[in-house]
Structures are given as C-alpha cells and as structure tokens.
Ligand binder design. Structure first.
Ligand code: TXA
Ligand code: MG
Length: 324
C-alpha cells in the first residue's frame, strides 16, 4: 500500500515532497501525480524495470504505448525527431496543456515505451505539481516521466488522489507515492495528435479541439476514423465503471443519472451530476461514474451533451464507457 501525500502549500515542504518523489522515480519506483487532465502513474521513461511495474500495477497489456511527460519543449529532442512545422505551432500554442503529440522516436524512446512502434507520444502537462515534479526530476538527471492514467486497465481514469488510491493502492509498493494535487480541472484525457504525416490527425479527442488545431496550424485536420495507429483508448470498451452505462435519459427508479443541469432527473432516479455547461460536464463525468460504483448502483444512464468543442470528447468517453 502506498501513501497519499497531500502536497503542502508550504514552499519548503512542497520542494521536499517533490524532491523525494523525483528520487523515487530515479530509483525505479512509481509516483502517481496530478495533471490537469487526469492523474498519471509515473515511472522513469528510460528505466525498463520501472516501466514494467506500471504495466503490472495497471494490469495493462504490454504492447500498449505510454505517453512520456516532459518539463519543457527543449526536452523533446531527447525522445523525438523529425518534428514538422505544424507540431511546433501546436507546442507553442497548447503546451503546457491537455495535448499529446505523436512523433517519430529517437533511440532514447525504447520499445518498452512505444509498444515497439517507431513513434513516441509526448506531453507537457499544465499542473503546478506535475510541472514542479518534472523540474525536480530533471534536476536529478531524468529526461521524461512515462505515465498512463493511474487506473486499472479499462477502468475509469482518476481525477483526484482518492480515486488513485481506490484504483491502485493495493498494487503499489510501500515507498511508491501518490501526490495529491486536488481535483483535475479538465477531467478528460489529453487530445492525442498524430504528427507523423503531412498534416495533423486526431487519434483521441480531448480539450484541444479540431477547430483549435486548425486555428493553430492553418491546416485541415484529418478524419480521426481513418487512423491505423494503435491507441488503447480507441478499443471499444474503456473508461468503464462496474455499473452498466446506458446512453440516454430513460433512467428508472434506483438507477443513476448524469446529464446537463437543464435536464430534470427522472422520477426516482439518483442524480450523480448536473453540470451547467460542457466544460463542467467533462470535469465531473469520471467522478460521477465512480460515485455510481461507490453507491453500488447497477445501472447509470448518461445523457451526452450535443455540439462541437469538448462535447465531442465527452461523447467519445461516454460511448466507450457504455460499449461491450
Ligand atoms: O491526459 C492524458 O493523456 C493522461 C495524463 C496522465 O497525461 N494520460 C493518459 O495515458 O491518458 P493513457 O496511457 O491512459 O493513454 C495514452 C494513450 C493510449 O491510448 C496509447 O495507446 C496512446 O496514448 N499512445 C501513446 N503513445 C503512442 C504512440 N506512439 N502512438 C500511438 N498512440 C500512442
Ligand atoms: Mg488510460
């Protein structure tokens, strides 16, 4: 069982916790940490034994590639090569932020990170604790922190430290760490953009939308349905609670219900969230799905928001939660 460490606002204690966590990573240990999207389960991206422990803790198939988190765009060259101009535009506009770029790898991005592919996924998260951890880690000689979402394979991504403890507490060692940095603001995983072609291609929708990418790069974004690159999040069933997720508003008495606040709760249903806009919907979706399990509900009905922007990512996650 690992211990959850609430990161102190006291500067000296803050620095001490981050230095300790960075040392833990350098020693081959695991550190779960907050990002603005969801919590990640981190290991030294260049330490095969440490990365293997991520797969064991998550029960994740070994050929699924991991995102490498870096501190600064200048750290990108260590892991990636042949960066197209449009990827530089995206980095300038959206890093640090909820965006992962898939780029051709260097020899430092080993098969155990890339799932034997010739590409690597990179991201600079926008969260003060994640950025401070990445800097402390860099000061100790580290280059990148490999971190998938800190949940068991196929289950709902954690958006707070308590959810990490629930998911992985039994699968971490005593000196692994869970850094508690509050609730993730975005609440859905990063937008993944394939930057290996002539123009950007979205592999997983997120808070950085197609319109934003087109605005940044002045390019047309390729249709996500045409991709052949393996993305674990694109498997049919993912992000699923134990409760059965049904898309729609026909909740019966005793069943869970999640919808925008202007949709009334069906009689007898248990309202798990009533976000007043789409950003809020994204931020509370995963904790509401978790709440269904905490309350031992068998069924939860989710009414997806309409429209573009982040609503596309919300619908994507709801559909996957309901698949299978
Ligand atoms: O917001 C996020 O991206 C969070 C936080 C912790 O940064 N991380 C996250 O990691 O969602 P994970 O492992 O749960 O999802 C990463 C996705 C997987 O679907 C994986 O297949 C894909 O990124 N991916 C990673 N490297 C890739 C590559 N080289 N080519 C294609 N897909 C890749
Ligand atoms: Mg995940």
């Amino acid at each position: 069982m690992a211990y959850a460490f609430r990161v102190s606002k006291n500067p000296a204690e803050f620095l001490q916790a981050l230095t300790q966590a960075a040392s833990r990573l350098m020693a081959g240990g695991l550190v779960a940490f907050p990002t603005e999207t969801v919590y990640g389960l981190g290991a030294n991206a260049e330490d095969e034994a440490g990365v293997k422990r991520i797969y064991l803790a998550k029960n994740r198939p070994a050929d699924h590639p991991l995102i490498v988190h870096i501190a600064h765009p200048s750290d990108l060259d260590h892991f990636a090569s042949a960066v197209p101009d449009y990827a530089n535009d995206l980095m300038r506009d959206f890093w640090p932020g909820p965006m992962t770029l898939i780029l051709p790898r260097t020899k430092n991005a080993k098969d155990f990170i890339t799932g034997n592919q010739e590409t690597v996924g990179l991201r600079i998260p926008n969260h003060p604790v994640a950025l401070a951890l990445l800097l402390a880690y860099k000061n100790q000689g580290g280059h990148g922190i490999a971190a998938p979402s800190a949940n068991r394979y196929g289950s709902v991504s954690p958006t707070d430290a308590k959810a990490v403890e629930t998911e992985l507490g039994d699968h971490l060692d005593a000196d692994d760490m869970i850094l508690d940095g509050g609730t993730s603001e975005v609440g859905l995983e990063s937008t993944i953009i394939d930057c290996t072609g002539l123009s950007p291609k979205i592999l997983r929708p997120g808070a950085i939308t197609a319109e934003m990418i087109e605005g940044s790069t002045s390019m047309v974004v390729a249709d996500p349905s045409t991709n052949s690159i393996r993305v674990s999040g694109s498997h049919a069933k993912h992000y699923s609670p134990k409760a059965r997720v049904i898309v729609g508003s026909e909740a019966q008495a005793g069943e869970g219900f999640i919808a925008l606040s202007d949709h009334p709760t069906p009689i007898g249903a248990i309202r798990l969230a009533e976000p007043s806009n789409n950003d809020e919907f994204a931020a509370v979706l995963y904790s509401a799905l978790r709440a269904a399990d905490e309350q031992n509900l068998n069924v939860v009905h989710v009414l997806p928001p309409e429209g573009d922007g982040i609503a596309i990512a919300i619908r994507d996650r709801i559909q996957r939660a309901a698949a299978g």
